[in-house]
Write a protein that binds this ligand. Structure first.
Ligand SMILES: *Cc1c(COP(=O)(O)O)cnc(C)c1O
Length: 365
């Protein structure tokens, strides 16, 4: 049975993307592959209409974490002092990456349920001589959209560079590329871009790449990949099939009106799911205005285990996602990324009503 994926990547594919993934056998040392690579770099820079003279996309094989680790380990200079903002699993991951690579940093820990405290960030930047701020745009742990435009302004004011995890927002949320403080974002093919897993990328300012410190790792060093890309080469075996799929996914994104049309579409889907669940007595974990368009988290109603909800929805053709860490018993997550049609949405709403029908009755009695 075909299941529709409501987890935050990998996503349900369009038929076009699925076919593209297996459309050709390509050797990565042949002209055809380098044409593909050039198309991908150009296509990724175009998603937010960036100036290709100032920005480039560096592609590499791996999941979103590969891009994140490559961005931090490649772009933080030897004398960096990074302020890491944490309000979920992915912010904590950035701090771990800094620790592993011996990059001096200070983590600003927030509760997973809390918004970033920008006043505290302002004070920290004023006092702390930080060279960089690293943060998560869409914290997929809870579905919170962090205020990265405000953060970019704070960085500008204090002369800090900004590095963003945009893994679950690139292609569907607004990213402050116009801010001169933003040096790079890390992202992946298989979330809001609707490609398949295996290909990750860092969109970075060419100036930041040019100033990158000597390599801390062999595989994750962005200047190595960028330099090969620029001369139609590749240092290692790239995820060719994920590249073929992403090229098609970028064509489809453009045809559908680009990232802002995708954001509007995601908003419509996420709002419809929220209304349906609220009508069944299931409360969202965060208010809609704090949430991304990509993923929403919900409180498990009393008497319902995650496993029971998950299994009942899977039987009806939908794969949802558990809460992470301490939130695993409290909440579940529904992402509406990927190829989800209006018909699918209707079936999903029916399935949610079915599965949560007794919630309202239980609360009313
Ligand atoms: C998915 C995701 C990642 C990367 O996870 P991988 O499992 O390595 O793909 C990183 N940050 C955020 C915010 C994510 O949603």
């Amino acid at each position: 049975m075909r299941a529709i994926l409501l987890n935050p990547g990998p996503v349900s594919l369009s038929d076009g993307v699925r076919r593209a993934a297996v459309s050709e056998d390509l050797c990565h040392r042949e002209e055809e592959f380098f044409d593909l690579q050039d198309d991908l770099v150009g296509g990724l820079v175009e998603v937010y209409a960036l100036d290709a003279g100032a920005w480039t996309a560096v592609l590499l094989g791996g999941s979103g974490t590969t891009a994140l680790e490559a961005m931090i380990s490649s772009l933080a200079p030897r004398d960096a002092r990074v302020l890491v903002l944490e309000n979920g699993v992915y912010g904590e991951r950035i701090a771990r990456i800094c620790t592993i690579h011996g990059i001096a940093h200070e983590a600003r820990k927030h509760a997973w349920t809390d918004a970033l405290d920008l006043d505290a960030v302002d004070d920290a930047l004023a006092a702390g001589a930080f060279t960089h701020v690293a943060a998560v745009h869409h914290e997929t742990t809870t579905g919170r959209l962090n205020p990265v435009a405000d953060l970019a302004r704070l960085c500008e004011r204090h002369g800090a560079r900004l590095l963003l995890d945009a893994v679950s927002s690139f292609g569907a949320e607004d990213i402050p590329f116009a801010s001169p403080a933003l040096d790079a974002i890390a992202a992946t093919a298989n979330k809001c871009l609707h490609g398949i897993p295996g290909l990750a990328f860092v969109l970075c300012r060419r100036s930041a790449l040019a100033e990158a410190p000597p390599a801390r790792t062999l595989y994750l060093h962005l200047p190595l990949w960028a330099e090969h890309q620029a001369r139609r080469s590749t240092p290692f075996t790239p995820p060719v099939n994920a590249g073929l799929a992403l090229r098609q996914a970028l064509v489809e994104l453009r045809a559908q009106g680009g990232w802002s049309a995708r954001r509007a579409r995601y908003h419509r889907l996420a709002s419809a799911v929220r209304r349906t669940l609220e009508a069944e007595g299931v409360e969202p974990f965060l208010p809609p205005e704090a949430s991304s368009c990509v993923l929403r988290s919900y409180r498990l109603p009393a008497g319902k285990s995650y496993d029971a909800v998950h299994d009942a929805l899977k039987q009806r053709g939908f794969v949802i996602y558990a809460g992470q860490g301490g939130l695993a018993q409290e909440m579940f997550r529904i992402s509406t990324m990927g190829e989800i049609t209006d018909y699918d949405l209707g079936v999903l709403e029916g399935a949610l009503r079915d599965v949560f029908a007794d919630t309202v009755r239980a609360q009313a009695s």
